[in-house]
Design a binder for this molecule. Structure first.
Ligand code: TXA
Ligand code: MG
Length: 328
């Protein structure tokens, strides 16, 4: 059930989590589905509801550095990143403490930790008084939810409480930085840009290649896919000559900027009026959800520049489109 995130509703949600239940809640990146990170049985419910494989570890959400230190061990570099970007769309991969059960980290000796920049998420963790393990609140592999309605569409029957805090401001998941490697490495592009990270700690590696291997968490290939149509990533902005339309099929376009020349499309969504990558990221999943509801056969997506948040947008589009070209 969707409930507006009033203080009373947040208190109710916190009690549910403290009692071993699961709750969907807003963050600035996407909506999450959370459970007590220190309770393996509660965490197992998340995997069940999402149909998520147990080899894919979860992110632990905290409301303070004290709580963060109870689940992970910070070195100087991690401290520096946390100070600069928390609360915010950044997740740190750090050595875990013994407080964190193996199911949360899929048996890895590291744990992913984040302090979200959303008043509802922070208040929920603060009132529950425990770290909250939460993946994005979508069915495994499907489009990420940036509104309470998206959560209800995908998980509605399985989640008793969905806190509604309005649309997610950032719109793509957090950037995950593995600081346990010799050179800090971005293992998932997200809401914090590489440029911002490098201004803080100097050069980082980027390792966001897709993989089906269970030993490479965070990099699963088939992800972020629409349910009803095939997503095809174009090499450049749409022009009439880009691809032939097959007769009898319904086509949609995910345009980066306002496009002309839209003859033949049954439906079009535009990510930004002025080419802002922040605006495009914030609208990305909402636009894909809308396109997914239009009974289309194919959704063409225009590429965006791969700087700033464009890296995360292109990553999501590539994964959503993975291996579907040959099915055209
Ligand atoms: O913005 C976000 O990060 C959202 C909100 C709800 O906070 N959460 C989110 O969670 O995107 P999820 O489960 O959809 O993605 C978490 C990713 C997973 O792909 C997982 O493999 C990776 O984080 N991850 C978790 N623990 C890890 C670890 N120890 N090392 C590397 N990657 C890890
Ligand atoms: Mg996810």
């Amino acid at each position: 059930m969707i409930i507006k995130a009033t203080q009373d509703a947040i208190e109710q949600a916190a009690r549910l989590i403290a009692g071993g239940g699961i709750v969907a809640f807003p963050t600035e990146t996407v909506y999450g589905i959370g459970a007590n990170a220190l309770d393996p049985i509660a965490v197992a419910k998340i995997f069940e509801v999402k149909q998520r494989p147990l080899f894919d570890p979860l992110i632990v959400h905290v409301d303070s550095m004290d709580m963060a230190r109870s689940v992970a061990i910070f070195d100087k570099r991690a401290e520096r990143l946390a100070e600069a970007f928390w609360p915010g769309p950044m997740t740190l991969v750090l050595p875990k403490t013994s407080a964190v059960p193996a199911i949360v980290t899929a048996g890895f000796p590291t744990v992913a930790v984040r302090m979200p920049d959303h008043p509802v998420a922070l208040e929920l963790v603060r009132r529950a008084e425990i770290p909250v393990a939460a993946p994005s609140a979508n069915a495994f592999g499907k489009l990420s939810p940036t509104s309470a309605g998206h959560v209800e569409e995908q998980l509605g029957d399985a989640v008793s409480l969905i806190l509604d805090g309005g649309p997610s401001r950032v719109g793509v998941e957090s950037t995950i930085i593995d600081t346990t490697r010799a050179v800090p490495t971005v293992v998932r592009a997200g809401g914090l840009s590489r440029e911002a990270i490098e201004r803080c700690i100097g050069p980082v590696c980027i390792d966001i290649s897709a993989s089906e291997r269970p030993d490479a968490p965070g990099k699963l290939k088939h992800h972020y896919a629409p349910r009803t149509a095939r997503l095809v990533l174009l090499d450049c902005a749409w022009t009439k000559n880009a691809r032939p339309f097959a007769p009898g099929k319904r086509y949609g376009l995910l345009a980066f900027r306002p496009s002309h020349d839209l003859d033949g499309f049954a439906y079009t969504e535009t990510l930004s009026e002025n080419g802002s990558l922040e605006q495009a990221a914030s609208r990305l999943f909402g636009a894909l959800h809308v396109l997914d509801a239009q009974r289309l056969d194919v959704i063409f997506a225009e590429p965006v520049p791969e700087n700033g948040l464009g890296l995360a947008i292109m990553d999501r589009l590539r994964r959503g489109a993975a291996d579907q070209d040959e099915m055209l």
